[in-house]
Write a protein that binds this ligand. Structure first.
Ligand SMILES: Nc1ncnc2c1ncn2[C@@H]1O[C@H](COP(=O)(O)OP(=O)(O)O)[C@@H](O)[C@H]1O
Ligand SMILES: [Mg+2]
Length: 413
């Protein structure tokens, strides 16, 4: 075969390899969007390199917090499997700690070993690699933004000199994508944990509120009722007539206890939500609040011929109820306006405004922020919407909740 033919074949082979690496990049992008957790993401990247890219083995190791701490194996795929992964790890954590994986991580630059049959201090696991017929390897640093690398991504190939310049550039891009994906999964997990903590706090607070309401409200009324009944019994025991006024008072107290119990049960689970539309449930709550507090509460609605998913309806109602309760409890307002309307792009807007004392929405104090406002935001986000609060001292407050009426896909990343 002539030199020209050989060169042509080599170019074709190079192009095929680049095509495969491009295919790996696109498959890895899909893995990024679908990753359920960090370990699954690492294993998916490694598997894509082996199954789509045709590489022999891929390996991800994380560096410890402390400089020189042992590397930790976090994901791998390929020929040799766990045994080869363990050999690479043992080599990386061996006495002189000079393996390519560790050096890439510490130097923050790719390390390429073009021919593993040539003895090299950077390949303490070379014998195990040659046993598996691996001939060359690249170790790439994993780093988030401009920070120090937190791990390495190593790839073994069956041919000598498998990593040329364009290939290295693509693989470096892949390592950056992986590092970005890892950070995104971690941020997402941290956010989910914060939301869980918030929910737990809100539940604890709601239980405390409920206990206080039962103790101070229904508890006190029942105590008065109990005393009144004992008084009536003592009179009857001595053959005296129980005064009608006393019986009327007891009836009133029993009625009051019943009303309080109903209010508590309604707060726990607003059953009327199941049979009413969101707008009617809001009107019902506003009427009840206006009667109880004497505040002028106006509800207006435009273009409200829509049906809502039950979950969206419940979350919107609970967010609205918190905003209304804040306006009643904190604002000292004489008027509250509730507006419900649909925007052309299928978004439901719910605005609760009051003419009360307002507050500083960017407090500088170190005190804990209220859970109520956080839960309004969480409830809106939970149904793919958002919320915002505008307020300033003595200028009133407006809480806006905006949620989509149509279901939108949830983005994993
Ligand atoms: N409409 C409002 N008018 C005045 N102050 C408000 C209003 N809404 C909220 N706030 C202020 O924001 C704080 C946090 O509210 P929130 O998160 O609901 O917690 P909480 O109601 O349990 O105090 C309130 O304590 C109050 O100081
Ligand atoms: Mg509140």
């Amino acid at each position: 075969m002539t030199d020209g033919h050989l060169q042509c074949r080599q170019t074709e082979e190079d192009l095929r390899r680049l095509d495969r690496t491009h295919a790996v990049l696109s498959r890895c992008n899909r893995s990024l969007a679908r990753a359920l957790d960090e370990r699954a993401l690492l294993n998916a990247f490694c598997a894509n390199l082996v199954e789509v890219g045709g590489y022999g083995f891929a390996w991800v190791g994380y560096a410890g917090e402390r400089h020189g701490a042992p590397l930790r194996l976090e994901g791998h795929a390929g020929r040799g499997d766990a045994a080869f992964a363990a050999a690479v790890l043992a080599g990386a954590n061996g006495d002189d700690r000079r393996s390519a994986c560790r050096v890439a991580c510490e130097a923050g630059a790719p390390v390429i070993l073009r021919d593993l049959s040539i003895p090299c201090a950077l390949a303490p696991w070379a014998a195990a690699a040659l046993d598996q017929s691996y001939r060359s390897m690249i170790a790439l640093p994993l780093r988030a933004d401009q920070t120090a690398p937190f791990g390495n991504f190593s790839i073994f190939a069956d041919t000598r000199d498998a990593f040329d310049v364009p290939e290295v550039a693509l693989l470096a891009e892949l390592a950056d994508d992986l590092a970005f994906g890892i950070q995104t999964v971690r941020t997402r997990d941290a956010q989910a944990q914060a939301v869980r903590r918030l929910r737990n706090d809100a539940e604890r607070e709601a239980r405390g509120h409920l206990a206080a309401t039962l103790h101070d409200g229904v508890g006190q009324t029942m105590q008065a009722l109990n005393l009144g009944l004992k008084q009536a019994r003592a009179l009857a025991e001595h053959g005296e007539t129980v005064p009608v006024a006393l019986l009327d008072r007891l009836i009133d107290e029993a009625g009051e206890a019943l009303r309080e119990l109903r209010a508590v049960s309604c707060e726990l689970r607003p059953l009327f939500l199941e049979r009413l539309s969101l707008l009617d449930a809001i009107r019902h709550q506003c009427n009840e609040t206006a009667q109880r507090t004497g505040i002028n509460i106006q509800v207006s609605a435009t273009d409200c011929a829509f049906t809502l998913d039950d979950q969206v309806k419940e979350q919107c109602f609970l967010a609205f109820r918190e905003a209304l309760s804040n306006a009643v409890r904190h604002a000292a307002a004489s008027r509250i306006d509730v507006l419900l309307r649909v925007r052309t792009n299928d978004r439901l807007i719910l605005a609760i405004s009051d003419n009360g004392r307002g507050f500083d929405t960017h407090p500088t104090g170190a005190g804990p922020a209220g859970l109520g406002l956080c839960m309004i935001q969480e409830r809106a986000v939970g149904v793919h919407g958002r919320s915002c609060v505008r307020s300033s001292p003595s200028k009133g407050t407006i809480v806006r909740i905006c949620v989509p009426l149509t279901k939108e896909p949830i983005l994993c990343l």
